[in-house]
Design a protein around this ligand. Structure first.
Ligand code: IPE
Ligand code: IPE
Ligand code: MG
Length: 243
Protein backbone atom coordinates (compact mmCIF):
# COMPACT_ATOMS: atom_id res chain seq x y z
CA UNK A 1 0.00 0.00 0.00
CA UNK A 2 1.43 3.39 -0.93
CA UNK A 3 2.22 5.95 1.75
CA UNK A 4 -0.50 8.29 0.51
CA UNK A 5 -3.16 5.58 0.75
CA UNK A 6 -2.05 4.33 4.17
CA UNK A 7 -2.19 7.88 5.51
CA UNK A 8 -5.62 8.55 4.00
CA UNK A 9 -8.21 10.10 6.25
CA UNK A 10 -11.85 9.26 5.76
CA UNK A 11 -13.62 11.95 3.74
CA UNK A 12 -16.86 11.53 5.62
CA UNK A 13 -17.18 10.49 9.27
CA UNK A 14 -20.60 9.76 10.79
CA UNK A 15 -20.97 9.51 14.57
CA UNK A 16 -23.70 8.20 16.85
CA UNK A 17 -22.97 10.33 19.90
CA UNK A 18 -24.21 7.89 22.55
CA UNK A 19 -23.59 7.56 26.27
CA UNK A 20 -24.45 11.02 27.61
CA UNK A 21 -26.97 9.67 30.12
CA UNK A 22 -24.59 7.05 31.48
CA UNK A 23 -21.80 9.62 31.73
CA UNK A 24 -24.07 11.75 33.94
CA UNK A 25 -25.31 8.76 35.95
CA UNK A 26 -21.75 7.76 36.81
CA UNK A 27 -21.38 11.21 38.38
CA UNK A 28 -24.77 11.12 40.15
CA UNK A 29 -25.93 13.98 37.91
CA UNK A 30 -29.20 14.35 35.99
CA UNK A 31 -29.04 13.12 32.37
CA UNK A 32 -29.24 16.71 31.13
CA UNK A 33 -25.69 17.36 32.33
CA UNK A 34 -24.46 14.54 30.15
CA UNK A 35 -26.10 16.13 27.12
CA UNK A 36 -24.61 19.50 28.06
CA UNK A 37 -21.13 17.99 28.30
CA UNK A 38 -21.85 16.24 25.00
CA UNK A 39 -22.19 19.58 23.23
CA UNK A 40 -18.68 20.56 24.37
CA UNK A 41 -17.34 17.21 23.18
CA UNK A 42 -18.90 17.88 19.78
CA UNK A 43 -17.22 21.28 19.49
CA UNK A 44 -13.85 19.61 20.22
CA UNK A 45 -14.47 16.88 17.68
CA UNK A 46 -15.43 19.44 15.02
CA UNK A 47 -12.04 21.13 15.53
CA UNK A 48 -10.27 17.75 15.46
CA UNK A 49 -11.97 16.92 12.16
CA UNK A 50 -10.89 20.25 10.65
CA UNK A 51 -7.30 19.64 11.84
CA UNK A 52 -7.36 16.23 10.13
CA UNK A 53 -8.86 17.64 6.92
CA UNK A 54 -11.99 15.54 7.14
CA UNK A 55 -14.53 17.10 4.76
CA UNK A 56 -17.83 15.85 6.17
CA UNK A 57 -18.85 15.15 9.75
CA UNK A 58 -22.38 13.89 10.36
CA UNK A 59 -23.61 13.48 13.92
CA UNK A 60 -26.72 11.85 15.31
CA UNK A 61 -28.15 14.33 17.82
CA UNK A 62 -31.80 13.25 18.15
CA UNK A 63 -33.44 10.24 16.59
CA UNK A 64 -37.02 9.81 15.35
CA UNK A 65 -37.41 7.46 18.34
CA UNK A 66 -35.96 9.78 21.00
CA UNK A 67 -39.44 11.33 21.43
CA UNK A 68 -40.13 8.24 23.59
CA UNK A 69 -38.05 9.79 26.38
CA UNK A 70 -39.58 11.75 29.25
CA UNK A 71 -40.98 15.14 28.33
CA UNK A 72 -38.43 16.65 30.73
CA UNK A 73 -35.52 15.12 28.86
CA UNK A 74 -36.96 16.02 25.44
CA UNK A 75 -37.61 19.64 26.37
CA UNK A 76 -34.19 19.81 28.04
CA UNK A 77 -32.60 18.64 24.80
CA UNK A 78 -34.55 21.13 22.69
CA UNK A 79 -33.53 23.96 25.02
CA UNK A 80 -29.94 22.79 24.95
CA UNK A 81 -29.85 22.84 21.16
CA UNK A 82 -31.22 26.39 21.10
CA UNK A 83 -28.65 27.47 23.69
CA UNK A 84 -25.86 25.71 21.78
CA UNK A 85 -26.78 27.49 18.55
CA UNK A 86 -26.67 30.91 20.21
CA UNK A 87 -23.49 30.07 22.13
CA UNK A 88 -21.46 28.37 19.42
CA UNK A 89 -22.79 29.46 16.02
CA UNK A 90 -20.38 32.38 15.60
CA UNK A 91 -17.40 30.30 16.75
CA UNK A 92 -18.23 27.32 14.55
CA UNK A 93 -18.86 29.66 11.63
CA UNK A 94 -15.45 31.28 12.16
CA UNK A 95 -13.89 27.82 12.08
CA UNK A 96 -15.06 27.55 8.46
CA UNK A 97 -17.82 25.04 9.16
CA UNK A 98 -20.94 24.79 7.06
CA UNK A 99 -23.87 23.58 9.14
CA UNK A 100 -26.68 21.52 7.65
CA UNK A 101 -29.57 19.97 9.49
CA UNK A 102 -30.95 16.64 8.33
CA UNK A 103 -34.23 15.27 9.61
CA UNK A 104 -37.93 15.98 9.81
CA UNK A 105 -38.28 19.62 10.83
CA UNK A 106 -42.08 19.53 10.96
CA UNK A 107 -42.24 18.23 14.52
CA UNK A 108 -39.83 20.70 16.11
CA UNK A 109 -40.85 24.11 17.45
CA UNK A 110 -40.87 27.17 15.24
CA UNK A 111 -38.18 28.68 17.44
CA UNK A 112 -35.87 25.73 16.81
CA UNK A 113 -36.69 25.70 13.09
CA UNK A 114 -35.74 29.36 12.90
CA UNK A 115 -32.48 28.69 14.75
CA UNK A 116 -31.65 25.87 12.31
CA UNK A 117 -32.42 28.13 9.35
CA UNK A 118 -30.20 30.85 10.75
CA UNK A 119 -27.34 28.40 11.37
CA UNK A 120 -27.60 27.09 7.81
CA UNK A 121 -27.88 30.49 6.16
CA UNK A 122 -25.08 32.09 8.14
CA UNK A 123 -22.63 29.30 7.36
CA UNK A 124 -23.66 28.45 3.80
CA UNK A 125 -20.48 29.78 2.16
CA UNK A 126 -18.10 27.95 4.53
CA UNK A 127 -15.98 25.27 2.94
CA UNK A 128 -13.61 23.68 5.47
CA UNK A 129 -15.97 21.12 6.92
CA UNK A 130 -19.63 20.32 6.37
CA UNK A 131 -21.24 19.45 9.69
CA UNK A 132 -24.56 17.68 9.26
CA UNK A 133 -26.62 17.47 12.42
CA UNK A 134 -29.16 14.67 12.23
CA UNK A 135 -32.07 15.86 14.34
CA UNK A 136 -35.44 14.18 14.46
CA UNK A 137 -33.80 11.93 11.90
CA UNK A 138 -34.33 8.27 11.17
CA UNK A 139 -32.86 6.21 8.35
CA UNK A 140 -36.29 4.76 7.58
CA UNK A 141 -37.86 8.21 7.59
CA UNK A 142 -35.19 9.28 5.10
CA UNK A 143 -35.89 6.42 2.71
CA UNK A 144 -39.65 7.02 2.83
CA UNK A 145 -39.34 10.78 2.37
CA UNK A 146 -36.96 10.20 -0.57
CA UNK A 147 -39.50 7.86 -2.22
CA UNK A 148 -42.28 10.40 -1.69
CA UNK A 149 -40.16 13.24 -3.08
CA UNK A 150 -39.23 11.17 -6.14
CA UNK A 151 -42.89 10.39 -6.78
CA UNK A 152 -43.86 14.03 -6.31
CA UNK A 153 -41.15 15.01 -8.79
CA UNK A 154 -42.79 12.67 -11.29
CA UNK A 155 -39.94 10.15 -11.58
CA UNK A 156 -41.41 7.14 -13.43
CA UNK A 157 -40.75 3.72 -11.78
CA UNK A 158 -38.54 2.53 -14.62
CA UNK A 159 -36.24 5.50 -14.04
CA UNK A 160 -36.02 5.02 -10.29
CA UNK A 161 -32.47 3.69 -9.97
CA UNK A 162 -30.36 3.63 -6.79
CA UNK A 163 -28.53 6.73 -8.00
CA UNK A 164 -31.82 8.49 -8.73
CA UNK A 165 -33.31 7.73 -5.31
CA UNK A 166 -30.07 8.91 -3.66
CA UNK A 167 -30.68 12.33 -5.16
CA UNK A 168 -33.78 12.64 -2.99
CA UNK A 169 -32.24 11.46 0.30
CA UNK A 170 -31.54 13.98 3.03
CA UNK A 171 -27.77 13.79 2.53
CA UNK A 172 -27.66 13.87 -1.26
CA UNK A 173 -25.05 16.64 -1.08
CA UNK A 174 -22.45 14.41 0.61
CA UNK A 175 -20.57 11.25 -0.36
CA UNK A 176 -21.57 8.17 1.64
CA UNK A 177 -19.77 7.95 5.01
CA UNK A 178 -16.41 6.18 4.95
CA UNK A 179 -16.27 5.73 8.69
CA UNK A 180 -19.16 5.23 11.14
CA UNK A 181 -18.33 5.61 14.82
CA UNK A 182 -20.68 4.77 17.67
CA UNK A 183 -19.65 5.66 21.19
CA UNK A 184 -21.25 4.39 24.39
CA UNK A 185 -20.66 0.67 23.93
CA UNK A 186 -23.84 -0.33 22.07
CA UNK A 187 -23.26 -2.23 18.85
CA UNK A 188 -26.19 -1.15 16.70
CA UNK A 189 -27.21 1.46 14.15
CA UNK A 190 -30.37 2.66 15.96
CA UNK A 191 -31.93 3.86 12.68
CA UNK A 192 -29.11 6.23 11.72
CA UNK A 193 -28.04 6.49 8.07
CA UNK A 194 -29.42 3.18 6.78
CA UNK A 195 -29.28 3.91 3.05
CA UNK A 196 -25.89 5.61 3.15
CA UNK A 197 -23.88 3.05 5.16
CA UNK A 198 -24.04 0.22 2.63
CA UNK A 199 -20.20 0.11 2.41
CA UNK A 200 -19.17 2.19 5.40
CA UNK A 201 -16.58 0.90 7.88
CA UNK A 202 -17.92 0.60 11.45
CA UNK A 203 -15.98 1.34 14.63
CA UNK A 204 -17.69 0.86 18.00
CA UNK A 205 -16.17 2.47 21.07
CA UNK A 206 -16.94 1.97 24.75
CA UNK A 207 -16.00 5.58 25.39
CA UNK A 208 -19.01 7.60 26.53
CA UNK A 209 -19.66 10.53 24.18
CA UNK A 210 -18.80 13.35 26.64
CA UNK A 211 -15.32 11.78 26.99
CA UNK A 212 -14.74 11.38 23.25
CA UNK A 213 -12.05 13.62 21.80
CA UNK A 214 -9.15 13.85 19.36
CA UNK A 215 -7.39 10.81 20.84
CA UNK A 216 -10.41 8.54 20.41
CA UNK A 217 -11.04 9.96 16.93
CA UNK A 218 -7.46 9.10 15.96
CA UNK A 219 -7.92 5.55 17.28
CA UNK A 220 -11.03 5.16 15.11
CA UNK A 221 -9.22 6.55 12.06
CA UNK A 222 -6.34 4.16 12.72
CA UNK A 223 -8.76 1.22 12.82
CA UNK A 224 -10.33 2.50 9.59
CA UNK A 225 -6.91 2.62 7.89
CA UNK A 226 -6.33 -1.01 8.67
CA UNK A 227 -9.53 -2.08 6.95
CA UNK A 228 -9.46 -3.58 3.51
CA UNK A 229 -12.35 -2.00 1.63
CA UNK A 230 -13.33 -4.25 -1.23
CA UNK A 231 -16.84 -2.99 -2.05
CA UNK A 232 -17.82 -6.49 -3.09
CA UNK A 233 -14.82 -6.97 -5.34
CA UNK A 234 -11.70 -9.06 -4.93
CA UNK A 235 -8.38 -7.57 -3.96
CA UNK A 236 -5.80 -8.10 -6.72
CA UNK A 237 -2.95 -10.37 -5.64
CA UNK A 238 0.46 -8.70 -6.12
CA UNK A 239 2.11 -9.77 -9.40
CA UNK A 240 4.74 -12.49 -8.91
CA UNK A 241 8.33 -11.39 -9.47
CA UNK A 242 9.45 -12.24 -13.00
CA UNK A 243 5.92 -12.96 -14.24
C1 IPE B 1 -27.11 10.07 23.38
O1 IPE B 1 -26.92 9.78 24.71
C2 IPE B 1 -27.78 11.40 23.17
C3 IPE B 1 -29.16 11.31 22.70
C4 IPE B 1 -29.79 10.22 22.36
C5 IPE B 1 -29.88 12.56 22.60
P1 IPE B 1 -28.02 9.01 25.56
O2 IPE B 1 -28.94 10.00 26.17
O3 IPE B 1 -28.68 7.98 24.73
O4 IPE B 1 -27.12 8.36 26.68
P2 IPE B 1 -27.27 6.90 27.28
O5 IPE B 1 -27.25 5.94 26.14
O6 IPE B 1 -28.57 6.85 28.03
O7 IPE B 1 -26.09 6.76 28.18
C1 IPE C 1 -29.05 6.81 19.21
O1 IPE C 1 -28.90 6.60 20.57
C2 IPE C 1 -29.53 8.19 18.94
C3 IPE C 1 -28.61 9.28 19.22
C4 IPE C 1 -27.39 9.15 19.69
C5 IPE C 1 -29.10 10.59 18.95
P1 IPE C 1 -30.04 5.96 21.48
O2 IPE C 1 -29.52 5.99 22.87
O3 IPE C 1 -31.32 6.66 21.23
O4 IPE C 1 -30.14 4.49 20.91
P2 IPE C 1 -30.69 3.15 21.57
O5 IPE C 1 -32.03 3.48 22.17
O6 IPE C 1 -29.71 2.73 22.63
O7 IPE C 1 -30.75 2.17 20.46
MG1 MG D 1 -28.25 6.03 24.37
Amino acid sequence: MSESISKAVPRHVAIVMDGNGRWAKKRFLPRFFGHKQGVDALVNVIQACIDREIEYLTVFAFSSENWKRSSDEVSGLMGLVLAAVSRYLARIGDMGVRIRIVGDREAVSEKLRNAWNEAETRTQDNKKLTLSVAFNYGGRWDIVQACKAAMQAGVPPEQLTEAKLSEFTAMSYAPDPDLFIRTGGEVRISNFLLWQVAYTEFVFSDCLWPEFGAKQLDAAIEAFRERDRRFGGVKEAPALAGS
